[in-house]
Design a binder for this molecule. Structure first.
Ligand code: PDD
Length: 279
């Protein structure tokens, strides 16, 4: 099989990412009217595919987008696409938009949803012990559990953090930490893993979920509860997690030194992750 350097797929058409053209009437373009997923590919296999397909189906249902094919079929297609890219390690993105139709707020009738996928080479597992965080007011809407394409507040927060020399923005709502601009924020305090509960204020992160499972396997207590910025500043460890950056350890929050006090526990969680991807 002739493999590609990178790949884009749109409703059955396959090109390189650079050559893909999307119709302007795709409602993702007008309204951000769609949902998306990101998964890692290791050795040409999609890591935690079921978790991503379940969340995709859930996000789509919450905004009343009908999937263009059964969840399992989309999974098979993604697996096939990941085989077509040269690099065994890939960053795989896909989005489903409601339809293509002339601009109108109302849902168009009788038009199928669009599936766009791309996959590009990825350098491998990204971990860091040097994350700098900056708090930013969480002014997002109250449906953060939906992985929607509408990410403008996240984009603004991420850029603000970067311009301040930071690696990630930490959203704070009413004094409580919700999540990062493109990650979940968890902390370790006195040997307990603490992370925001699953509700409408955060995205149900796959890595957040995996870490909770690793904790159960390791006999580490987990508390799913909201915590304040002050608590975060006092944490033994702060872990920033996402699919592409599964375990980023923060050493600074708003210019002050934080965390870095329980490296053993962080290592145990990281070892679990590495074991799992090797499987
Ligand atoms: N972002 N919260 C937000 C707002 C996110 O955008 C992400 C992921 C997460 C972590 O979810 P997961 O562990 O399933 O990756 C939490 C992806 C990677 C992105 O938008 O690129």
């Amino acid at each position: 099989m002739e493999r590609m350097k990178n790949l884009a797929y749109y409703n059955g058409r396959i090109t390189s990412i650079e050559d893909m053209m999307i119709p302007a009437n795709d409602r993702g373009f007008y309204f951000g009217d769609g949902i998306y997923e990101v998964a890692m590919v290791f050795n040409h296999k999609i890591f935690a595919l079921e978790d991503h397909l379940d969340r995709m189906a859930n996000s789509a249902a919450l905004v009343r987008i009908e999937l263009p094919a059964a969840k399992e079929e989309i999974g098979h297609l993604l697996e096939e696409l990941a085989l077509k890219v040269e690099s065994p390690c890939q960053f795989l993105y896909w989005q489903i938009t409601r339809a293509s139709s002339p601009r109108n707020h109302l849902f168009p009738e009788g038009v199928a949803s669009n599936l766009y996928v791309y996959s590009k080479p990825w350098k491998g597992v990204e971990m860091s012990d040097e994350y700098r965080l900056m708090t930013v007011e969480d002014t997002r809407f109250l449906h953060c559990n939906i992985k929607t394409l509408n990410l403008l507040p996240n984009v603004m927060a991420a850029q603000k953090a970067k311009e301040a020399g930071c690696s990630e923005a930490v959203f704070v709502r009413d004094g409580y930490v919700t999540e990062g601009s493109h990650s979940n924020i968890s902390m370790i305090k006195d040997g307990v893993f603490v992370t925001h509960p699953l509700d409408h204020l955060i995205l149900p992160g796959t890595e957040r979920n995996h870490m909770i499972r690793y904790c159960a396997e390791l006999g580490i207590l987990v508390e799913e509860r909201a915590f304040t910025v002050e608590e975060l500043a006092e944490a033994d460890e702060i872990i920033v997690s996402s699919t592409s950056h599964p375990s980023m350890r923060a050493m600074e929050l708003d210019g002050k030194a934080v965390g870095m006090k329980n490296p053993e526990l962080v290592k145990k969680l990281r070892d679990k992750y590495m074991e799992e991807i090797e499987k």
